[in-house]
Design a protein around this ligand. Structure first.
Ligand code: ADP
Ligand code: ASP
Ligand code: MG
Length: 481
């Protein structure tokens, strides 16, 4: 892919867990860096933890709470060995190998100490959890920078705790873009001017006081977008294990295809509604600066992947209705649909505000809201595991109205999935929704609720859990067939 920018050009590249998950994968990275080094003046790399490491860290913290010392000791060894084995395969110089192994050992000991502290206390605060789960990226950044260095590149690892400033909302911290941009100017730009390649920990930030935070699971993409916007970079490339954003999750639909181009809105909706390939929060920082994003495959770097830009054109095959407009189908599974209903609801003041106040009090996020045409009910979906707490909270909030029968019922369905069709122009193309519904109807998929309102590029439907795959396959067949 060619760059279209003034000089000096700047590229931010992020490598995900599988992209740093094996010696073979890291060899691909070395080749990618070699090629990009010829085409770009400045390059910043953001890396995830090796595949499986963050999960292991999360599980270790959970086991530490219940005092499972055996698990912690095993995890310590596993973490060490996983990273050592890469060093042994990819770092030829024995001095460099020893240095890297020393750093890995140091971090493994930090891991064990943190877990033992949690174990003694018998609890882990969100702050303590962040200290543990951030270790994955702290391992991988040293590994990747060390390997790139030994391959002859002027790579230097950087802890994002010195760059990305966040609030203290541990586990899902919000970045302060202004403060972050200052650090980028003061720390990263001088490195770039010296022709260095900074290799940053994704996923991690720190409060103003320097306490480590994380941006939420899958947040490495978000880090890349934040750094890209702060620089600002000409492009942000997300290297992963599939060749871009596809027409459906390739784990569910075998013949899913790469979508060559998406606009920011489409990408935002796709990731929000379940396409894990990009973190939903990663779109916002780049939209604001208008930086194109490319999503590409570390294992097939020659594939063009997907370009995400501000291009707002509607697909040319508009006369084909949904078939030409809808670009992809996504799903969020493990949800339940909660409904607050009653004929007296119209007279209840602030019912929606109180409903969502009661939901918010449980700390639950609501991916989808829909209102029945009669306006006598409000339905919304919540993750399965939060449903009982939400129902309890609603019963307490509306105890008086329920007793008076202004509200008849507050109830939840069995498990459901949110299926979303995404494509620019969806809302302005007559008949698209109808075509989608009839395709699903012909496949005997029952639609429990619909939401189209807030987004101009997506239609979401709720189906029962057992219909999820059928709904995805049917819609995928319909849009690509
Ligand atoms: P990384 O570790 O590189 O960040 P992730 O596992 O977070 O990778 O995201 C990539 C995965 O997203 C793919 O392997 C794929 O299974 C999944 N995925 C879900 N929906 C889509 C989609 N529409 N297009 C591409 N990948 C998708
Ligand atoms: N390592 C983190 C996670 O597994 C962040 C990321 O991979 O983007 O959630
Ligand atoms: Mg990811």
């Amino acid at each position: 892919m060619s760059k279209e920018s003034k000089s000096p050009s700047a590229l931010v590249m992020k490598f995900g867990g599988t992209s740093v998950g094996s010696p073979k994968a890291i060899e691909h990275i070395t080749e990618i860096v070699r090629k990009c080094r010829q085409e770009w003046d400045r390059m910043i790399i953001v890396t995830s933890a090796m595949a499986g490491v963050t999960n292991l860290l999360v599980e270790s913290a959970e086991r530490a709470i219940v005092g499972d010392e055996v698990f912690i000791s095993k995890a310590e060894i596993e973490l060490q060995n996983k990273h050592y084995s890469i060093v042994e395969k990819l770092v030829p110089s024995s001095a460099e190998r020893a240095q890297l192994k020393q750093e890995i050992k140091h971090l493994s000991m930090e891991f064990a100490n943190l877990c033992r502290a949690i174990s003694i206390l018998g609890e882990a605060t969100p702050r303590a959890l962040d200290a543990v789960v951030s270790l994955g990226e702290r391992f991988s950044v040293r590994l990747l920078a060390g390997i790139l260095k030994s391959a002859g590149f002027p790579a230097q690892f950087v802890e994002a705790t010195n760059i990305v400033v966040t609030d203290d909302c541990f586990q899902a911290a919000h970045p302060n873009l202004e403060e972050t941009a200052k650090n980028v100017q003061n720390i990263l730009i001088p490195m770039l001017m010296q022709k260095q390649i900074p290799v940053l920990t994704g996923f991690i930030g720190a409060t103003k006081e320097g306490i480590t935070t994380t941006l939420g699971r899958g947040g490495g993409d978000y880090s890349a977008a934040i750094i890209g916007a702060a620089l600002p970079a000409d492009e942000v490339w997300i290297w992963t294990d599939v060749s871009g954003v596809m027409t459906a999750d390739p784990r569910i639909v075998e013949d899913a295809r790469t979508i060559p181009e998406l606009n920011y809105r489409e990408m935002a909706e796709l990731s929000y509604f379940g396409a894990k390939v990009l973190h939903p929060k990663a779109v916002r920082p780049v939209v604001e600066v208008g930086i194109p994003v490319r999503i590409c495959n570390t294992f097939k770097p020659e594939d063009e992947g997907t370009r995400v830009t501000k291009n707002n054109e509607v697909a040319p095959k508009i006369k084909n209705g949904a078939r030409g407009i809808v670009k992809a189908v996504t799903a969020i599974q493990d949800q339940r649909l909660i409904t607050v209903e009653g004929r007296g609801m119209l007279g209840v003041p602030g019912v929606a505000a109180r409903t969502f106040g009661a939901v918010a009090a449980t700390g639950t996020s609501v991916p989808l809201i829909t209102q029945a045409s009669s306006e006598q009910s409000i339905s919304f979906s919540v993750p399965n595991e939060s449903a009982e707490a939400v129902l309890d909270s609603l019963h307490i909030a509306f105890a008086t109205e329920l007793a008076r029968r202004d509200i008849d019922r507050v109830w939840a369905t069995d498990e459901v999935a949110i299926i979303t069709a995404v494509g620019n122009g969806l809302q302005h193309t007559p008949g698209v929704a109808g075509q989608i519904f009839s395709a699903l109807g012909s496949a005997d998929v029952n639609i429990l609720a619909i939401a189209q309102g807030s987004s101009k590029v997506a239609i979401s439907l709720i189906v029962t859990a057992k219909d999820t795959e059928k709904a995805i396959h049917t819609l995928h067949q319909f849009i690509t067939g």
